[in-house]
Design a protein around this ligand. Structure first.
Ligand SMILES: NC(=O)c1ccc[n+]([C@@H]2O[C@H](COP(=O)([O-])OP(=O)(O)OC[C@H]3O[C@@H](n4cnc5c(N)ncnc54)[C@H](OP(=O)(O)O)[C@@H]3O)[C@@H](O)[C@H]2O)c1
Length: 329
């Protein structure tokens, strides 16, 4: 049963009803902008692809922090993106990137205090925080979804027993029960839901995936994927390889905004669960955000890896090409 309270404000009382009201704006402390600089003219061109995945190898792009450039990227501000698991490794980068883009976000978290330490004080026009545990249906009050246009779900726990399983927060409970609860509570008005899953979910009985799946993580993620497919919701599934870069624990938005995938910024996108490798959380977060706006990714499943080389950064046209190219392999 839905609980009437299910959300907790980050700093002042906050509800979906007052979300659209004018509020005192609190400066985004520690929020420099990311500028995408191109040392030469950049034409978004897919220069190579291989059997396993579409690869963007454009060379000129670098991501650098700049405190002088405060121009927000032109992403639609009419969005309200619900990020579930927004303080986790991928989730924190999704949220930081939405903040940078001036896209409103709403976080659903078990511990709202974590959002405060990670993202600082944000005004409610920019970011809201609701308290909720996806394992508990009663926490998924309809008010959480009020006004939400898009959803990115990046919840998860460890594949093997760890402290993060405390309180029965196991793969079965988070990746299956939690996902199922969330998807069941989702209103049909949502325009796109991106679910972060994993490579290998279709092969959980085969080596080496069966080792990773000893406690069921891949099987439960696959069950959640199947549930989503049959839900009728407009979805995109992103299956990353082994994650690198983060989670960042310095609790500083600046760190998140400035995070780069180092030398491994090039992106491989595949379909059919054939890709094997690693994926930078920075790249995965960007893929989730980009997929929200790429119409043809609706109803599709993509695997993603990052490899050494230059990548698409935040360039929407390049991401579109990468997703498209994955479909032609
Ligand atoms: N690690 C890898 O190599 C790898 C590879 C492929 C795919 N993946 C998947 O990629 C996704 C992102 O991974 P990550 O390592 O970046 O994430 P992560 O750091 O493990 O973060 C997971 C997030 O889920 C939240 N969460 C956990 N249980 C929850 C619950 N019961 N209710 C609500 N929220 C809950 C956590 O919040 P709390 O602070 O409340 O715990 C945290 O914000 C996950 O789905 C993961 O399984 C990971």
């Amino acid at each position: 049963m839905a609980s009437p309270f299910a959300h907790i404000p980050l700093r002042t009382h906050c509800s979906p009803q007052n979300f659209s009201q004018p509020l005192r704006r609190i400066p985004l402390l520690f929020l420099p902008s990311i500028s995408i600089s191109h040392s030469k003219n950049v034409s978004a061109k897919l220069v190579s692809s291989n059997r396993e995945g579409a690869r963007d190898t454009i060379e000129e792009q670098t991501i650098e922090s700049s405190s002088s450039d405060s121009t927000p990227s032109p992403t639609s501000s009419s969005k309200l993106v619900l990020v579930v698991g927004g303080t986790g490794g991928v989730g924190q980068l999704v949220v930081a990137s939405l903040l940078k883009r001036n896209v409103k976000s709403r976080l659903l978290l078990r511990d709202p205090e974590k959002a405060k330490s990670l993202f600082g004080e944000q005004d409610e026009e920019t970011m809201q925080v609701f308290k909720g545990d996806t394992r508990k249906q009663e926490d998924l009050d309809p008010s959480i979804f009020e006004g939400v246009t898009h959803v990115i779900c990046c919840t998860g726990t460890t594949a093997f027993p760890s402290k993060r399983w405390d309180g029965d927060n196991t793969p079965e409970r988070v990746d299956w029960d939690g996902a199922k609860n969330l998807l069941s509570a989702m209103p049909s008005s949502v325009k796109r839901l991106v679910l972060v899953s994993s490579i290998g979910v279709t092969k959980f009985n085969e080596l080496p995936w069966s080792v990773m799946n000893l406690f069921g993580v891949l099987k439960y993620k696959k069950m959640a994927e199947d549930f989503l497919r049959s839900s009728g919701l407009p979805f995109t599934i992103i299956r990353p390889g082994r994650l690198t870069d983060g989670p960042y624990t310095s609790y500083d938005l600046n760190t998140l905004i400035k995070a780069t995938a180092g030398q491994r910024r090039a992106v491989l996108i595949g379909q059919g669960d054939k890709l094997v490798g690693e994926a930078s959380r920075i790249v995965v977060a960007e893929a989730c955000i980009q997929a929200l706006d790429i119409e043809f990714t609706e109803g599709k499943v993509y695997e993603i890896n990052s490899v050494e080389g230059e990548g698409p950064g935040t360039d929407a046209a390049r991401w579109q090409e990468l997703f498209k190219a994955a479909e032609y392999q």
